[in-house]
Design a protein around this ligand. Structure first.
Ligand code: FAD
Length: 218
């Protein structure tokens, strides 16, 4: 997928509520960048699994990682997966049960996951993951050991087959129902970070870094 070149495939073309579909890289990237939480779907022995995990984006690639023993990672490497990121923005309260809905931004990506084998590239990807969330943190940490790096698998996937589906705005009720004395509207949803909770085992005098104090996401 190239910037500003919407390119739905037969698999990504929205049938239901197709007007909510967006296929351009900016739309997909902005949803991936708005939360690290994703779900990866894959198949083991013909059975589907959908595992929540954390993703990060670098250019037109999405990455995720975990224990080298993870079944999710072992079953995904070299195989087709579907990765989804969803943000919920509000409950949509309509005048009939049928028209209740959710305001959301959702991206669904298809592709073949590849294992990042090269040790230097793997370290660079993991550093980008940490630095993307917490600028300056990687270099203040104890460096990963060889054993820790071996125990970690990083998977990547090119973002070349993806769709975003986005709902915004008030409910869409049946015209006749607007005459009913029923409250309707949107109950907005916001995730927020609360004040940091220091580890009781922090050493005396160790200051909270700016990337924690000033943390912002998205
Ligand atoms: C928070 C939330 C709540 C929802 N609640 C409901 C609900 O209660 N009932 C319900 O039926 N649907 C709900 N949806 C919408 C749901 O995700 C599907 O879009 C819808 O069910 C249509 O599915 P389908 O298989 O017929 O889609 P199709 O239109 O046939 O899908 C074709 C292709 O469009 C793309 N696509 C479809 N849905 C999405 C999506 N959500 N995000 C990104 N790409 C997509 C995919 O590439 C898919 O392969 C909800 C979505 C979200 C994010």
């Amino acid at each position: 997928m190239t910037q500003n070149t919407p390119a739905p495939t037969d698999r990504t073309r929205l049938r239901r509520m197709h007007e909510r579909g967006q296929y351009d890289a900016d739309s997909i990237h902005s949803i991936l960048d708005a939360t690290p939480i994703c779900t990866v779907a894959y198949v083991i022995d013909g059975k589907p699994y959908a595992t929540p995990t954390i993703q990060w984006r670098e250019g037109n690639h999405v990455y995720w990682h975990g224990s080298s023993a993870s079944r999710m990672l072992k079953a995904s490497a070299g195989h087709e997966v579907c990765l989804n990121v969803t943000l919920t923005d509000g409950f949509v309260m309509a005048r009939s049960a049928m028209h209740h809905s959710v305001n959301y931004r959702s991206a669904m990506l298809f592709g073949t996951a590849h294992k990042v084998e090269d040790p230097d590239e793997k370290a660079a990807r993991l550093k980008a993951f940490v630095e993307g969330l917490f600028p300056g943190r990687w270099d203040m940490l104890r460096p990963p050991t060889t054993q820790e790096m071996k125990a970690t698998t990083v998977l990547g996937m090119e973002i070349d087959e993806a769709a975003a589906k986005v709902r915004t705005g008030p409910p869409g009720d049946d015209e006749a129902d607007y005459a009913l004395p029923i409250w309707a509207g949107v109950l907005p949803i916001r995730s927020e970070f609360l004040p940091p909770d220091p580890d009781p085992r922090n050493l005396a005098g160790v200051k909270m870094p700016d990337h924690i104090r000033n943390f912002q996401f998205g």
